[in-house]
Design a protein. Sequence first.
Length: 212
Amino acid sequence: MIIPARFNGPPGSGNGGYSAGVFAEGAACEVTLRVPPPLETPLSRVDGLVQGPDGAVVAEVVPAAEVDTVVPPVGYAEAVEASRAYAGFTNHPFPTCYVCGPERGDGLRIFPGRTGDDRTAAPWTVPAEVSPATVWAALDCPGGWAVIAAGRPIVLGRIAVVLDRMPLPDDRCVVVGALARAEGRKALVHTTLYAPDGDALARARATWIAIG
């Protein structure tokens, strides 16, 4: 397994959601990131451990426990409106992130804004090269932006995803996120991806960790 450089999150390391999706190899799994996923580096998965060439553990992969929380949907027009107020446009800890970085014209360009309650929402036009790892990536950052605050970078620590149905290229989907609880440096969030017809396609549970 190799995470190509274009799928970065923080500079020099893989986007957490995309990397975890690659490590899951299409299965319903929970992935715990032990170190920032390296880019352009051959990685192997043996007995649930993703390891680098030197044997260092990059991630642990286990079957996902039930991911039963579905974040209530937001209509497409409301998601577009929420996205206009995306905090990352003016203060982003990693502005070149493949998923939510405003400086990435070639990224997923998912810009989750607050909906006025505890949720974030963003529209997402599905790219032609969509894969399960792309869906994992799309479910990543909208949850993080439910807790990201100015001056306090936060990164993905663990994510579990259940993918019921793949979106189609050019689908205009909506991704919603919500904070479940926060304690100290850790926050538990949920995200759900909705198809244009309103069906929930995939859902995730993730733990984010503040750094610095």
